[in-house]
Design a protein around this ligand. Structure first.
Ligand SMILES: [Zn+2]
Length: 97
């Protein structure tokens, strides 16, 4: 680790303390309404993060489910899902295979 570019834990703590004080000072200047709105916005951002994370997990599990071998066939003509028949029951096209 490079001590010339990386702040020491003490420096980091000072920086965090300073940022916290600045944030508190900024909040103190706001009206109660503005403060409530800022807090609400921060909360919403966190909730959106959680929702995005859930979506990511869901799409990942859907992808892995879709990767499972499935015997579904599509009509080459109308792309309707077809069963095991020799003719598409939607458009009547003959099905190969
Ligand atoms: Zn068809």
């Amino acid at each position: 680790m490079d001590s010339r570019t990386m702040p020491s834990p003490e420096e980091l703590e000072k920086m965090l303390e300073k940022a916290k004080k600045e944030a508190e000072a900024a909040l103190a200047k706001l009206t109660p309404e503005q403060r409530a709105e800022a807090e609400m916005r921060a909360k919403k951002l966190m909730e959106e993060d959680a929702a995005a994370m859930r979506e990511l997990v869901e799409s990942a599990s859907k992808l892995s489910a879709g990767a499972a071998p499935k015997a579904a066939r599509e009509c080459p003509h109308c792309l309707a899902p077809v069963g095991s028949g020799r003719v598409c029951e939607y458009c009547g096209s003959p099905l190969e295979d």
